[in-house]
Design a protein around this ligand. Structure first.
Ligand code: CAA
Length: 258
């Protein structure tokens, strides 16, 4: 697939980078961009050289939401039949960690895209919000669920009902983002974090991501059982044998990712 609305790079060993690239619309997420983004994620998922994915926008806008010009023409039946939002489940099928590197606007679907990632590295200029109510709709790509889980009901209600934007520092304090850096540094820091994760044994990384995500779905008892099964499964890997041998022999492990 040749891309029109995203750019794809491998900026560091093991790291796949996707840049949203519709500057004229502040990276508004139209159908084409989402299809290309999910396709790029799937390609990095299949690529054995890649261990961690970063998605970013521009310094001015991560993404200013779903494309209002496209939605303005749509009625309920058309939305239901096209059902673009079900495509977002393609992101949940990605087993490799995904880091959002967010600067500037992360509004509506842009905030939801960042939250659908596993971690968020923000620039000091990042602004998170769910302004859908101001155009007569509501979040539809996870906002009511993921924002509430991330920052709690009271603040999430204010963001979604009152169109409150969170600054990067507020988002950090509320637990929405991992780290905040100056705008000149956030992308490089996100890439360095991704490179560090990509250098870890990948089967373990995959099963950790899988188990953490289950914490949102399962009771504590079922979650602990799920974790335990993933833990035991890792004892069947070459990397478990290598990791423990290297520790005992006081040397650097050589991962096979098997
Ligand atoms: N859709 C389509 N186009 C958009 C857009 C969007 N979400 N956001 C910005 N643009 C376009 C503008 O129309 C403008 O294009 P023109 O130059 O052709 O007029 C261009 O991007 C630049 O935008 P502004 O001139 O508005 O830039 P600004 O700096 O003055 O304001 C902003 C920036 C506050 C982000 C403002 O653009 C804005 O409020 N955008 C809409 C934000 C929004 O409501 N997002 C939620 C969408 S609904 C959604 O996401 C549903 C869901 O849950 C899936």
């Amino acid at each position: 697939m040749s891309y029109e609305t995203i750019l794809v790079e491998t900026p560091a060993e093991g790291v796949g980078l996707v840049r949203l690239n519709r500057p004229q619309a502040l990276n508004a997420l139209n159908s084409r961009l989402m299809a290309e983004l999910f396709d790029a994620f799937a390609a990095f998922e299949r690529d054995e050289a890649i261990g961690c994915i970063v998605v970013t926008g521009s310094d001015k806008a991560f993404a200013a939401g779903a494309d209002i010009r496209q939605m303005a023409e749509s009625d309920a039946v058309e939305m239901l039949v096209r059902d673009d939002l079900t495509d977002w489940s393609r992101m949940r099928a990605i087993t490799k960690p995904i880091i959002a590197a967010v600067s500037g606007w992360a509004l509506g679907g842009g905030c939801e895209l960042a939250m659908a990632c596993d971690m968020i590295v923000a620039s000091e200029t990042a602004r998170f919000g769910q302004p859908e109510v101001t155009i007569g709709i509501m979040p539809g790509a996870g906002g009511t669920q993921r924002l509430t889980r991330a920052i709690g009901k009271a603040l999430a209600m204010e963001v979604m009902l009152g169109n409150r934007h969170l600054t990067a520092e507020e988002a950090l304090a509320a637990g929405l983002v991992n780290r905040v850096y100056p705008v000149e540094e956030y992308l490089n820091e996100a890439i360095q974090l991704a490179a560090r994760i990509a250098a870890m044994p990948r089967v373990a990384v995959r099963l950790i991501k899988d188990a953490v995500n289950k914490a949102y779905e399962l009771s504590l008892t079922d979650g602990l059982d799920y974790e335990k099964r993933n833990f035991y499964l890792l004892f069947g890997t070459d990397d478990k044998r290598e990791g423990m041998a290297a520790f005992i022999e006081k040397r650097t492990p050589q991962w096979k990712h098997r």
